[in-house]
Design a protein around this ligand. Sequence first.
Ligand SMILES: Nc1ncnc2c1ncn2[C@@H]1O[C@H](COP(=O)(O)OP(=O)(O)O)[C@@H](O)[C@H]1O
Ligand SMILES: O=C(O)C1=C[C@@H](OP(=O)(O)O)[C@@H](O)[C@H](O)C1
Ligand SMILES: [Mg+2]
Length: 184
Amino acid sequence: MNDVSLREQSIVLIGFMGVGKTTIGRSVAKKLYRDFIDIDEEIEKKFNLPTPEIFKKYGEKKFRETEKEIIIHSCKQKLKIISVGGGAFLQEEIRKACLSECIIFFLDLSWDSWKERISLLIDSRPVLQGKTIEQIEKLFYERQPIYEGHHSRVITDNLVVDEIADYITDSLKTAWDIYEPNGN
Ligand SMILES: Nc1ncnc2c1ncn2[C@@H]1O[C@H](COP(=O)(O)OP(=O)(O)O)[C@@H](O)[C@H]1O
Ligand SMILES: O=C(O)C1=C[C@@H](OP(=O)(O)O)[C@@H](O)[C@H](O)C1
Ligand SMILES: [Mg+2]
């Protein structure tokens, strides 16, 4: 770790696509009066295209390279709330950078709850498109080990966005008060 205090460290949300990283990250940022960075939004701004179009026009490899560049840059900043795409932690360099620079929350949703959400996700997630539900289930479980590197896990089944965001902010405030009681 660098010389950034615990209170200043940026927070990174990870987990499979659709678990709520973007929505919950935005809510946590509001509650803590911090800037929010959604890495997918940053990639889309850079290409001036939605993610499915980036995949179509430039390919997944280019998307992943850009994702890495933006995350490595963003995770070195202080006091941010950062939501990374569900595939970002496939890249070891990203995992290592986030783990050493930031506090990582893993949003853990069960397959049974996740599959109820699929219709909300399919149009904007190219990785899900053209796959059967069985293939998506296989991907869901294959991806779980990449999220093992984290500092805190939040089981999100049956919780609304506000409850999850409150849980994250409360646990951060508790950790800050324990480890940096004088606010530094
Ligand atoms: N706790 C939750 N309960 C119900 N729906 C949720 C919850 N969190 C997110 N959603 C919904 O799931 C969809 C995916 O959320 P999103 O924040 O884009 O996930 P991610 O960034 O992890 O892909 C959105 O339609 C969002 O409104
Ligand atoms: O898991 C993945 O491979 C992806 C997840 C998406 O982000 P969310 O996890 O926010 O849906 C986005 O980065 C892209 O569609 C690829
Ligand atoms: Mg997202």
